[in-house]
Design a protein around this ligand. Sequence first.
Ligand SMILES: NC(=O)c1ccc[n+]([C@@H]2O[C@H](COP(=O)([O-])OP(=O)(O)OC[C@H]3O[C@@H](n4cnc5c(N)ncnc54)[C@H](OP(=O)(O)O)[C@@H]3O)[C@@H](O)[C@H]2O)c1
Length: 267
Amino acid sequence: MEGAIGGNHGRVTDGPADLAGRTDLPSDTALAGRTALAGRTALVTGASRGLGRAIAAGLAGAGASVIGMSRDAAALEEAVGSFGGRALVHDLADVDGIAARVEGLEVDILVNAAAVMSSRRSKTLDATLAEWRDVRAVDLDAPFALVSALVPGMAARRWGRVVNLTACLGRMTGPGTAGGLAPYRVAKAGLNALTRTLAHELALGRRGVLVDATCPGHCRTDMGGPDAPRSVDQGADTAIWLATRASTPSDPVPTGRLWEDRAEVPW
Ligand SMILES: NC(=O)c1ccc[n+]([C@@H]2O[C@H](COP(=O)([O-])OP(=O)(O)OC[C@H]3O[C@@H](n4cnc5c(N)ncnc54)[C@H](OP(=O)(O)O)[C@@H]3O)[C@@H](O)[C@H]2O)c1
């Protein structure tokens, strides 16, 4: 992976190499049953740009009332304004402030898309404790705080969807946790573990709440860089699909999994 990092001007190649250049991947985020989300409220972190913005727009297009959450107020308002959503400005590094920021919101769909990348030199033995904590705060602790604040309501109402944007770099298989970018990789591995743990605690969909992780692949965003092989829409598609899947508590769809391009992949 380090060669990919250096050759990408500090950006990370985060997706199976065999996805590069493929044109047969889903790019149409239009979904059957778009009215399925009418009356539902979605909170999408990282909605000001990149994948979070595309996911938020996709959920709004499927009928949800969308609340976007990120730091840059002007960018967030412009983004959510483009699809009629609401802006909730918050620095997710302020993990302790998250519960108060979302207090009183009745959220049916939580998409944890906001994240920060490690610096290119952050091998385990080079990473500072400060960087470790900064990355973990946004990439793992903030999703946990949002889950803690919002998922009890989903469970009580017997309907909910949690979609965590993780990364191939957080997998224990494939390129996974094979060295480099240690704070990011370990935080994403933790988010994968949180996904599976929470899904099991919620009886794998039998309480009406689906909890899943998706790796979007290497996409052309600020994080992925302009030379990434995949479009924003390709990267956003699976998250939108996960959030809009129909499921019943008596016969839930597969959940508590890691997905890429609408297919399950090993953790
Ligand atoms: N792009 C890829 O190739 C790729 C590959 C694998 C996984 N992913 C994952 O996909 C997700 C989206 O990535 P992306 O490429 O869309 O990233 P991006 O273009 O860098 O956008 C990151 C988003 O997170 C928000 N954010 C960052 N720090 C924040 C903070 N402290 N508080 C609140 N919001 C914050 C940003 O908004 P503000 O700056 O306004 O706060 C922005 O909306 C991430 O979880 C990433 O790890 C991406």
